[in-house]
Design a protein around this ligand. Structure first.
Ligand SMILES: [Zn+2]
Length: 80
C-alpha cells in the first residue's frame, strides 16, 4: 500500500482552484502587485475577464495622456 502524505493532501486541497477544476490555483496579481483572486489554467480567462486589462497589465501616465494629433486650421482653408 503506497504511503499517502496526509500533509501534502491537505496542502493540495487548500491549493486547488476554487472553480472546481482540481488544478492548482495561482494568485492573480494586478500591475500594482495587488492580489485580485486565484485562477488556474481552466478559469484563467474567465477570472481575468472580470478585471480591466489595464489593471492587470499596468498603465502609467503616458498611457492616460495620449498625445492628440494637432489639427492644423490652415489645412481647412487651403483645401477649398
Ligand atoms: Zn480555476
Amino acid at each position: 500500500m503506497p504511503m499517502i502524505d496526509a500533509d501534502f493532501e491537505r496542502w493540495a486541497e487548500r491549493n486547488v482552484c476554487p472553480c472546481g477544476s482540481g488544478l492548482y490555483k495561482l494568485p492573480l496579481m494586478d500591475a500594482q502587485n495587488i492580489f485580485c483572486c486565484y485562477f488556474c489554467d481552466v478559469c484563467e480567462k474567465e477570472k481575468k475577464a472580470k478585471y480591466r486589462p489595464e489593471i492587470l497589465t499596468g498603465y502609467d501616465q503616458s498611457d492616460v495622456d495620449e498625445p492628440i494629433e494637432p489639427e492644423d486650421p490652415d489645412e481647412w482653408g487651403s483645401r477649398g
